[in-house]
Design a protein around this ligand. Structure first.
Ligand code: 89Y
Length: 341
């Protein structure tokens, strides 16, 4: 089987983990890196043995497009549309980090541009690929809880996230785009599409620009009432970062995903406990373990689609529905109104 060669655009904080994730998979090979600051790209190229480095994206594409199977965009959100457009011009499948775009309209244009050009478009949305979230999904699918009527998806933390990713402090729209993109995607993944939502936001930390607390109450099309709560301002006895905690109530029982990947399912017959630990690769930063580990599973799913047209879960078209929820949440918070879809 021939290796699929790819180029990476952007060699910031996440690129080390994204490239480490690719290294766990067979048949895929990074051959060129682009970064605005060349020295940083050279550093990453040395770490991963990538032969070509550029600080001009056009030059990279002119020299290598013919041998590339896809490009992987790991830049900040502001350049996602630009580089996706470049991929479209060169007819190359493209993977883009979340959040897809800074506005809903830009996201819509990106999805349409790829569709019209027949270019495969994926979003690297990895939270739904986390081991405990997959386990919750399989328990829900088993039907043991009966008809689900209520859920709570929680990401509450005081982790100093701005140390590793300082640009997050500069975002006018912070937690809903950064974490809401993941959490609302998990809500869709577990409980289906939303029919309406209502959102309230707060900014607690005075040294950042955007909101760091968000509460989103969704009514799903199947009637489930789903509360998604997020915070980077909550100092709790047990810091959970970067874990998502989940509680689900159904007519026959309940499920709780609590700290350290422990899941308990309770029915009238009693409680069953499961553990859903992430796979600990050698390169995983323990502070981000469950997230880093899920990069491999997300990449594998996309790779299968690139090779065999299997339909990846996190296509641009699918993720557009998550982007829609994020921006509807801002709209709801601005207007203090329920948004119906
Ligand atoms: O950027 C975010 C992400 O995608 O996962 C956690 C994070 O690094 C900080 O909120």
């Amino acid at each position: 089987m021939k290796n699929l060669k790819f180029a990476v655009f952007g060699t910031g904080f996440w690129s080390f983990y994204q490239l480490s994730g690719w290294q766990e998979l067979k048949g895929v090979e990074p051959i060129a890196l682009y970064n605005r600051t060349r020295s940083r790209a050279e550093e990453i190229a040395r770490t991963f043995n990538v032969p070509h480095v550029y600080d001009d994206p056009e030059e990279l594409l002119q020299k290598h497009a013919a041998e590339l199977a896809f490009i992987d965009i790991i830049t900040d959100v502001d350049t996602h549309a630009l580089f996706t457009q470049k991929a479209v011009e060169y007819g190359l499948p493209v993977i883009c980090q979340k959040p897809m775009a800074p506005t809903l309209e830009t996201a819509r244009q990106m999805v349409a541009a790829c569709k019209n050009a027949g270019v495969k478009f994926y979003i690297h949305e990895n939270f739904r690929w986390q081991a405990p979230i997959r386990k919750v999904k399989s328990i829900l699918k088993s039907g043991v809880l009966g008809k689900v009527f209520r859920a709570r998806v929680t990401f509450i933390s005081a982790f100093p996230v701005f140390q590793n990713q300082p640009f997050l402090a500069e975002l006018e729209e912070f937690i809903l785009t950064d974490i809401g993109s993941h959490i609302l995607d998990i809500c869709r993944f577990l409980f289906g599409e939303a029919q309406s939502l209502y959102c309230q936001i707060n900014r607690v930390n005075p040294s950042i620009k955007g909101e760091d607390v968000a509460n989103v109450l969704l009514r799903m099309q199947n009637g489930i009432s789903c509360f998604a709560e997020m915070s980077y301002a909550s100092i709790l006895e047990k810091e959970a970062f970067p874990q998502t905690l989940v509680q689900v109530e159904g007519e026959l029982g309940s499920l709780v995903l609590s700290h350290d990947f422990q899941i308990k399912v309770t029915t009238r017959q009693g409680t069953t406990a499961y553990s859903a630990e992430p796979k600990m690769y050698s390169w995983v930063d323990p502070a981000y373990a469950v997230v880093h580990s899920s990069i491999v599973d997300c990449n594998r799913n996309i790779l299968e689609d690139l090779r065999d047209n299997t339909t990846a879960e996190t296509t641009g078209e699918d993720n557009f529905e998550t982007v829609r929820l994020v921006h509807a949440a801002y709209e709801s918070a601005r207007q203090n109104k329920v948004i119906n879809f």
